[in-house]
Design a protein around this ligand. Structure first.
Ligand code: NAP
Length: 461
């Protein structure tokens, strides 16, 4: 009866201004941070600890008692103790019967134990109403009140009423509870804080690998080759020249890789004549990390823009320019302006500037704050149409930059193509296939397939 009446109070917090006492087991970092926050929000806090001596670290308005005494003072007990020490709770099972016991623990590794910590706690205390909560909030965020993302508190548990009580506390602390369902969800919730940018892993490793490959490729052709055959020491190219070759190549290649899975998916759907069969796993995964690939591509493009801007103040460039002027003066002749070259160079720069502008625009719309404020159709329009405009502009920028050397044998040191030629393979393939895909005779069946039409329906009427 006692327990029920105290639960009723928590369920109807507006009936009285006085908040219900909360008990926290463990006076460690998290227990103290949570207790401090709760006291600030008006909850009387009582700690259950192995030692009842208070220290000045413990919030001064809190009481520190033995575990058994503390548990009797409250209907909610928060266990701020590592899982490996949970067995000390077994003798307290009777006292904790019927109480709301909150598991906030995390593990050090993904799927470290066969069952989640919360389920393990429920097994140890069969009479308790176990709720999982707070594990994704760090002690630091609780104390500093910073970090928007960590305002979300995932809550799960089998007892609806117990879950509501915990969610009320979460709300009172100024945090946002997210009901994740039954205690079965605890495993997943415990894995959240252990995940380190899951969607970023593949794009980051891929771009690091490719960037390293292109860097050494350039090093071989621009520094080692010139050293061996022309006896020039261009080792300082490592600082700006080579990075400024690798960055645009990476930006264009990764941008191509953002749009390649889309055209591959279209080809697969056309070939199969249905959209009701799953794509291969690798294609699914690839599609899911397109945003990350695009943002990394944008980072490389931005670096390329900055590297290009510093070009006039580089001593190598100044030396090369003055050498050309002096040699003209010594030979007493001036070279006439080459209009074709001027056109090529200006249009190559203009395409680069426009390409970068659209690149940034597409990047901005992928920010959650922006993408949340446009509807699905607008988002698709920007990401797909403007994305293709970016791809076309950047590919044209690269083609005009290097096109004139495609047929010149001197561009192939050691019979190897220059890296900007390599970077064109993926974007050109994507653009050519996309061009074919927009022809009405291909586009029509594809649109029909995407609306659910099947060439060989499995379930015919
Ligand atoms: P901690 O600083 O090591 O504190 C753990 C507390 O557990 C100790 O202060 C101690 O309190 C008690 N304890 C230790 N050994 C015990 C034993 N054998 N028997 C009974 N009680 C024992 O750890 P913490 O950082 O506060 O983390 C506590 C729990 O919160 C962990 O499960 C962790 O995964 C979770 N968590 C922590 C954070 C964070 O940012 N720190 C964030 C989310 C979740 P007494 O001396 O008072 O008995």
């Amino acid at each position: 009866i006692n327990i029920n009446s105290s639960n009723m109070m928590a369920l109807a917090p507006n009936n009285s201004n006085k908040r219900e006492t909360v008990c926290i087991f463990g006076t460690g970092d998290f227990g103290r941070a949570l207790g401090h926050k709760m006291i600030q929000c008006g909850y009387p806090v009582v700690y259950g600890s192995r030692s009842t001596q208070t220290s000045n670290l413990i919030p001064k308005d809190a009481e520190v008692l033995s575990h058994a005494e503390a548990a009797q003072k409250s209907a909610i007990i928060i266990i701020a103790i590592q899982r490996q020490h949970y067995n000390f709770l077994t003798p307290l099972a009777e006292i904790l019967r019927g109480k709301v016991v909150v598991d906030i623990s995390n593990n050090l590794k993904l799927n470290q134990y066969p069952e989640s910590n919360a389920e393990y706690l429920a097994q140890l205390l069969p009479g308790a109403r176990v709720v999982k909560a707070f594990n994704t909030v760090s002690a630091w965020a609780l104390q500093s009140g910073a970090l928007d993302a960590s305002r979300q508190v995932f809550v799960c548990g089998d007892d609806m009423e117990a879950k509501q009580m915990v969610m009320n506390i979460v709300r009172a602390l100024g945090l946002t509870p997210l009901d994740q369902g039954s205690l079965l969800a605890a495993q997943e919730i415990e894995n959240y804080p252990l995940q380190l940018f899951p969607m970023w892993k593949f794009p980051i490793f891929l771009s690091l690998g490719l960037a390293a490959f292109f860097f050494f490729y350039c090093l071989a052709l621009d520094v080692i080759y010139t050293y061996i055959y022309e006896n020039n020491n261009f080792s300082f190219f490592i600082a700006i020249t080579i990075p400024n070759r690798v960055c645009p190549v990476m930006a264009l290649l990764l941008l191509g890789l953002v749009y390649l899975p889309g055209v591959l998916a279209a080809i697969i759907q056309l070939y199969r004549g249905t959209k009701y069969r799953r794509f291969p796993d690798w294609l699914d995964k690839w599609m899911l990390c397109r945003k990350q690939l695009g943002l990394i591509a944008l980072a490389f493009a931005s670096l390329h823009a900055v590297f290009t801007l510093v070009s006039p103040i580089r001593s190598f460039v100044k030396w090369r320019t003055s050498k050309a002027i002096i040699s003209q003066a010594l030979n007493n002749k001036t070279e006439p302006l080459d209009i074709t070259n001027a056109w090529l160079s200006d249009s190559y720069l203009a395409l680069g500037i426009l390409g970068f502008f659209f690149f940034v625009l597409v990047g901005i719309t992928s920010l959650p704050s922006v993408s949340n404020s446009v509807n699905w159709r607008e988002f698709r329009f920007v990401q797909s149409k403007l994305g293709y405009v970016t791809l076309i502009l950047c590919t044209a920028h690269t083609l005009i930059y290097g096109g004139k050397w495609f047929l010149s044998p001197s561009a192939y040191k050691w019979y190897l193509p220059n890296i900007y030629m390599l970077s064109l393979v993926v974007p050109c393939t994507v653009l050519v296939v996309k061009f074919v895909l927009i022809f009405p005779c291909v586009d029509k069946p594809l649109t029909q397939i995407r609306q659910g039409w099947e060439r060989n329906p499995k379930y015919s009427e």
